[in-house]
Design a protein around this ligand. Structure first.
Ligand code: NAD
Length: 486
């Protein structure tokens, strides 16, 4: 089945000559074919969005949010359907898919606060008989480019806020998982957004380039790997656009001696293997402070890992689904081999026991004796690989974390308030967990890391994102009674 774009309120065929096969990673069944859309199709979508903007920007904010209330109800109604679609095209378990649909709904809910979020400021008498006020005005067409790992949620980090703020939007879903966005966009259509307010163009590099260079696109939001994030940031900025570009991650979790060890190990394991490790907030390296803690963590981790049930995410007993593709599996297996060559100890080999399985399965793998100079300790794995390391002190662990080129998230397990404060105060990552394995900010807070995990300045969703999607205009007025001029 060849997929269609959604441009100006119509489902339209692509003239693409190249397609990306969407495969169910648990069964290897072909689900659909994503057209790798063209520049001309991006032009058509941006034109539609520009035309829709002329009316949408003047629509009062209280009216703009009405279709979002309807969209929320429609998403609640189709909640299970949406979750199943994610599991089918991405592979994560149904429970994980449901969690991500809930997050997408929360974005819509928060966007309905736009009448308050977009309010400006007013100050009387900034000088004698002079008043000043600032308003946040919408800007025009914004674009979003999404990764494969959260088919519903990530695009919803952006477009509901952009559109509720009065802009119009062109979204490019990941070519690997386009089906959930198609279901969602059918709900957008039912919710009654005017044609052209949200447009979907499928594709790969050509579509990305066309969006990042189009003169009518005011800003670009990107989520994906760091190399592409840098490219999108540079290309869009050199075409004078606003950019928020989220990249990859390497997330460290520190366990102190005073932590509740049972809970820490369970939470860290869930962080690392949840969604088969395909989360930008997934833990990767566990740094135990002291040999004593390290030994206990290693023992408990091995015990738990052995009991993890892998399988099709649609099966409610499955605890971990497959990876997205055979290529991803091979890349991770090579990383494991290289880690061993660089001195890591292969404690549990997740490649054993999946050899004859259909689907891109890899069991959780445990590597010990992890050091700062090994590649596996520096690069993003994006798979279920648990790396065990030891440090002598919290200071040494913080130094290690801060030496990483990434800075998305990090976690400390402790019962000490002083240690927790020191940790959150000193670490570089933009999202910090204290006894929380996946510290994903809620829709009403901002989301985003630092260093090579985030390029730009205004982070994603929450109150602050309104600044990304609007321009501040300040007026200064003089209306003085009895003045010779006014
Ligand atoms: P990816 O970089 O391969 O793809 C992301 C998007 O970029 C896709 O829409 C794709 O079509 C496009 N793209 C890919 N290669 C391109 C190129 N050469 N030129 C132009 N466009 C290109 O990322 P992915 O594999 O889909 O997603 C996984 C990555 O996303 C991981 O690194 C993960 O950490 C990251 N991620 C980060 C966050 C965050 O909040 N920082 C959230 C989710 C995912």
């Amino acid at each position: 089945m060849k997929l269609k774009h959604y441009i100006n309120g119509k489902w339209t065929d692509s003239s693409a000559t190249e397609f990306y096969d969407v495969i169910n990673p648990a069964s290897e069944e072909l689900l659909a074919r994503t057209p790798l859309g063209t520049k001309a199709e991006v032009d058509a979508a941006v034109d539609a969005a520009s035309q829709a903007y002329a009316h949408w920007k003047k629509t009062p904010v209280i009216d703009r949010i009405q279709p979002f209330f309807r969209l929320k109800s429609l998403m609640e109604k189709d909640f299970d359907l949406l979750a199943a679609e994610i599991t089918k095209e991405h592979g994560k378990t149904l429970l994980e898919s449901k969690g991500s649909v809930r997050r997408a709904i929360q974005m819509v809910e928060t966007a309905t606060s736009m009448p308050s979020l977009i309010m400006g400021e007013f100050q009387e008498d900034i000088a004698q008989s002079i008043d000043s006020h600032s308003v946040k005005q919408s800007m025009g067409v914004f674009a979003g480019i999404a990764p494969f790992n959260f088919p519903a949620m990530v695009p919803y980090w952006f477009w509901p806020f952009a559109v509720a703020a009065g802009n119009t939007y062109v979204l490019k879903p990941s070519e690997r998982v386009p089906l959930t966005q198609i279901l969602l966009t059918k709900l957008v259509e039912k919710a009654g957004f005017p044609p052209g307010v949200l447009n979907i163009v499928h594709g790969g590099k050509e579509v990305v380039n066309a969006l990042c260079t189009h003169p009518s696109v005011k800003g670009v939001s990107f989520v994906g790997s760091t190399e592409v994030a840098k490219y999108v940031y540079k290309t869009s900025a050199s075409h004078y656009k606003r950019v928020q570009s989220l990249g990859g991650a390497k997330n460290f979790m520190v366990i102190l001696k005073d932590a509740h060890l049972e809970k820490a190990v369970d939470t860290a394991l869930d962080s690392i293997i949840g969604c088969a490790g395909e989360r930008c907030l997934a833990g990767s390296v566990i740094i135990s402070i002291g040999q004593d803690v390290a030994q206990k963590v290693a023992e408990k981790m091995q015990e738990r890992v052995k009991s993890i049930r892998i399988g099709d995410g649609m099966d409610p007993t499955t605890q971990m689904g497959p990876l997205i593709s055979q290529a991803a599996k091979e890349r991770i297996c090579n990383m494991i081999d290289n880690a061993v060559k660089q001195g890591a100890e292969l404690v549990i080999d997740g490649r054993i026991g999946v050899e004859n399985m259909r689907g891109y399965f890899l069991k959780p793998t445990v590597l010990a004796n992890i050091h700062k100079d090994q590649k596996i300790a520096q690069e993003e794995v994006f798979g279920p690989v648990i790396c065990l390391a030891t440090a002598n002190s919290l200071d040494q662990a913080i130094e290690w974390i801060n030496s990483s080129r990434y800075a998305n998230t990090t976690t400390l397990f402790t019962t000490s308030g002083a240690a927790a404060r020191k940790f959150r105060y000193e670490v570089h990552p933009g999202m910090v967990g204290i006894n929380i394995g996946v510290p994903a900010p809620m829709s009403f807070f901002s989301f985003g890391g630092a260093k090579e995990s985030f390029f730009g300045d205004i982070k994603v969703h929450g109150k602050a994102s309104v600044d990304f999607f609007t321009d501040k205009k300040v007026t200064i007025e003089r209306w003085s009674k009895g003045s010779s001029i006014w």
